[in-house]
Design a protein around this ligand. Structure first.
Ligand code: AMP
Ligand code: GLY
Length: 429
């Protein structure tokens, strides 16, 4: 335990609301920079990318620990900024954060260390012709990925040369100057998210979860930041997890040690269970959103203790206990999301008197001049419910969606209701 139990939490979404709630339950005094209207102790006056301001705020409040929610402060080097100081940062250095911030670099890391992943080819924006030829050779069954951080955009899953062409056009109109991108073979299979806390030696895994990235039911429509999540995933049994450990997690930890990265934080593996075994689609160097909004209510152990053990290199001595049952989180989004522009500022009703099994995590909300909570962006709230099983948790989450509302509210009707996949033998052996 640090000498003061005050910590700073950086970020402003529903993930940070869930983190703040959990760390408070674990006994910390949590100050959130900048936070939002629904997160207690939010400080909108502090910009989490202004490290000098964060440092001054930490000193003024005797905070010795900074927990980072989103990727941006990590990619900008907040762990490097505080290295060697008495203020500790839970999150990797800028160099290690390239596992998320550069898709090309991350793919090279996977290759260097034998992490199972899709085949891929890197191109620069001045050589789209070569990418076009490769996409044609693969019949257009490719995934095009912009190299840098793109907030859930910048990935185009294509099914024909025409779609690949449209992806190249969109990349060129969305990003100016030179940029790099990846062309990947398109894989198929169910996806799962696996998130752990690691110091590069040990990793302690949270429950398995599944996101729902597309806007519309049955995984149709444009990609979003995530429209809902649940945990644990029934088909991710011990055999599946053993294959993922062997082919993805263990080689990753060996790579982190080999490259001598300072990595102490959350590590997220986005995995597809393909007919030829589990394959890593991406790393994130943080908790997923909306995965965090189900994983943290599900976590019975103290997250604060796990974070401190990660920083102290004593993770091996920690256990991770989960609460029994299932957890389902449904995102309430503004009508029009994920388009670049849509109306906001609508009053939100129904937040009072939710049943005790339901949590309302605020993502994009603010208070208007009269003090009323109104919508303030795309993913407005996550309604996260606990139940004895997935069916009960799902029913509770949707009952809450019927009560909490605002003008043009949209939610996916099918979170946690995908049919159980049939896994081929090669995934589980
Ligand atoms: P990423 O940001 O790399 O995780 O990609 C976002 C989403 O695109 C993933 O959750 C998958 O649904 C899809 N995707 C990414 N890579 C592939 C791939 N190689 N094959 C099929 N789908 C993919
Ligand atoms: N839910 C996926 C992510 O946070 O990137």
């Amino acid at each position: 335990m640090t000498s003061s139990n005050t910590l700073l939490l950086l970020g402003s979404g529903a993930r940070e609301h869930a983190l703040a709630e959990k760390l408070t339950r674990d006994g910390a005094t949590v100050l959130v920079l900048p936070g939002n209207a629904g997160i207690p102790n939010s400080h909108p006056e502090v910009n989490p990318l202004d490290f000098e301001a964060v440092q001054a705020f930490a000193r003024a409040h005797a905070a010795r620990l900074i927990v980072v929610g989103p990727e941006a402060p990590l990619a900008a080097g907040i762990a490097d900024f505080f290295a060697g100081s008495d203020i500790r940062v839970f999150g990797p250095t800028r160099s290690a954060a390239r596992l998320e911030s550069s898709k090309v670099w991350s793919k090279e890391f996977m290759r260097r260390h034998g992490v199972a992943t899709a085949q891929a080819w890197a191109f620069r924006s001045d050589n789209i012709a070569a990418a076009r030829a490769k996409a044609a050779e693969l019949g257009g069954h490719v995934v095009v990925k912009y190299d840098g951080l793109a907030a859930g955009k910048g990935v185009y899953v294509c099914a024909s040369p025409v779609e690949a062409e449209a992806a190249f056009d969109d990349l060129q109109s969305s990003y100016s100057g030179w940029f790099s991108f990846l062309l990947e073979e398109k894989l198929a299979g169910p996806e799962i998210s696996i998130i752990g806390l690691t110091d590069g030696h040990e990793i302690k895994l949270l429950a398995t979860s599944q996101d729902h990235k597309q806007l519309l039911a049955d995984d149709r429509g444009p990609n979003t930041g995530g429209m809902g999540a649940y945990c644990p995933v029934p088909f991710a049994d011990a055999n599946v997890l053993a294959a993922i450990r062997r082919d993805i997690i263990d080689p990753t930890l060996r790579g982190i040690r080999h490259e001598q990265f300072e990595f102490r934080g959350f590590l997220y593996f986005g995995i597809m269970l393909t007919p030829t075994g589990p394959k890593l689609l991406e790393y994130n160097v943080r908790l997923g959103d909306p995965e965090a909004e189900v994983l943290l209510p599900a976590l019975d152990s103290s997250l604060l203790t796990l974070i401190e053990a990660t920083l102290d290199s004593s993770l091996a001595r920690q256990g991770v206990r989960q609460r029994p049952g299932a957890f389902v989180g449904v995102v309430l989004a503004s009508g029009g999301y994920p388009a670049p522009k849509f109306p906001t500022g609508f009053p939100i009703t129904g937040l009072d008197n939710l049943p005790p099994e339901v949590r309302a995590y605020h993502g994009a909300t603010r208070r208007d001049e009269t003090g009323q909570i109104v919508t303030n962006g795309g993913r407005v709230l996550v309604l996260s419910a606990h139940g004895q099983d997935l069916e009960e948790a799902t029913a509770r989450a949707y009952e809450a969606c019927a009560r909490v509302t605002f003008q043009d509210a949209y939610f996916r009707p099918d979170i946690a209701q995908r049919p159980a996949p049939v896994l081929t033998a090669s995934v589980v052996n």
